[in-house]
Design a binder for this molecule. Sequence first.
Ligand code: IPE
Ligand code: MG
Length: 243
Amino acid sequence: MDGNGRWAGKRRLKRFLGHQQGAEAVHFVVETASRIDLPWLTLYAFSLENNLRRPKTEVSFLMRLLSAYLTSNVQRMNDNNVRIHYVGRTHELPNEVQERMQWAAEATQQNTGTTLTLALNYGARSELVDAFKRLYAEIEQKHIRLDDITEQDIQRHLYTAHMPDPDLLIRTSGEMRISNYLLWQIAYTEIFVTNRLWPDFRGLHMLEAIEDFQRRERRYGGLSDGSESDDVTSLPANQLVNS
Ligand code: IPE
Ligand code: MG
């Protein structure tokens, strides 16, 4: 959800007004997700690096905005059958924010439609550190052999263990980088970058991204469906490399 500051700057407004407008944009996208029965929507709302590197005043504004967003949107989430979850080092957020988060999660937990996951105080590398710590504890406790460790053992210790890997990652504001988001999970995710700034992003734009995604061919390192491999077994060794 990038571009709140630039949205404000283009209008000669203060940054916080961009964040306010960004918070407004969230429910449009969530509502569209719910209407098309999107099972999972995960929003990178606040990174660990945002928390560490932004001025205290901006961070505390974002925390108040998050609480206010939750307070005024739980009813809407219930109307749209949306339940809310979180990923990140959320235990490091202010207590009153954690209480609001807990309240919103409990108030929406019975919903069966879209799961809206907010990544808050989230960083993918720290998620991996947390996962490795938990895996190490388990290895010690259960005397697991290192040779028996698989990708699944790492996957099931991530914050997202209960979720499928994302199919599509949408990056707003034109930045061509991942910024420490779901690094493990996006190994085969399709990426869609739009120049649109987050406060201007609506459900329609998400649908456009999904339409683009639907035209792509995903091969996961394999071949296209129906394409035949060449028979190269009898190719002489001196013809393997073009000299
Ligand atoms: C994204 O907007 C919102 C958060 C990080 C909370 P930015 O604040 O990063 O906006 P730009 O990058 O300055 O435009
Ligand atoms: Mg930014």
